[in-house]
Ligand binder design. Sequence first.
Ligand SMILES: NC(=O)c1ccc[n+]([C@@H]2O[C@H](COP(=O)([O-])OP(=O)(O)OC[C@H]3O[C@@H](n4cnc5c(N)ncnc54)[C@H](OP(=O)(O)O)[C@@H]3O)[C@@H](O)[C@H]2O)c1
Length: 230
Amino acid sequence: MRVLDPDGCPPLEELVAQHVALPEARSGGRAFLRLNMIVSADGGSAVAGVSTGLGNTSDHAVFGALREGADCVLVGMATVVAEQYRAPTTEGLQIYVVTSKNDISGDPELFASGRATLVLPESAGPVPAGVPELRVGKSRVDLAQALEALPGKVVMAEGGPTVAGALVSAGLVDEYFLTVAPRVVGGDSGRVVRGPDADPTPWSLQHGFVDDDGFLFLRYGRSSAATGGA
Ligand SMILES: NC(=O)c1ccc[n+]([C@@H]2O[C@H](COP(=O)([O-])OP(=O)(O)OC[C@H]3O[C@@H](n4cnc5c(N)ncnc54)[C@H](OP(=O)(O)O)[C@@H]3O)[C@@H](O)[C@H]2O)c1
């Protein structure tokens, strides 16, 4: 039994660094996958169609630190379009966008930057000139194959709930970072991980802290993968 202790707390920057520290032992043979999501206190995943309304400064710090420690981002096309993704400021970071088709019209600016790779199935049509692509799976993207195509890389999955659900149910998530925002937002945005049933075996809480605004930051690991953090 433990309590979250508000005394003797290091500064935010230090806490965030501890929170996102990469474990030394990582999955071999495929990318190491860290899923990061934010949820409202009533289980919502978005406000007015975007998750940006849920976060705060500390959440941005955790998000930024996770990106800094990653080689690639993996994200669904619906999130890219809803949140109008831009070329990442982190040097060398590539955004891998999961989609079933070759349509980049929802966010042409991101794809024009050359910093976004379309992850699409073999059945999809040819991608526009200059847009990098990764083809995995026949009529749907095979996410396991996508991660196998990125061996040794650290991949940060940024959702949305559909992609998160597919990754979780396929057992591909090595670490799960969850921010619980002290907001009760109502609406019908639904859960942050959505899709087929997943293995209900408990995860291991590796690290956690509460910031001055009452945002709760949790880091869970699979027992075989997570060794760092707290
Ligand atoms: N709370 C949070 O942390 C958080 C994080 C991210 C996003 N969000 C919110 O979540 C919402 C979007 O999430 P979402 O669940 O609707 O969508 P999503 O997971 O972002 O993207 C779903 C799309 O990804 C593609 N896709 C997923 N799996 C695929 C597969 N196996 N093969 C081929 N394509 C695949 C499809 O794109 P095509 O339709 O192009 O084929 C599908 O429509 C937005 O409101 C966003 O703001 C919240």
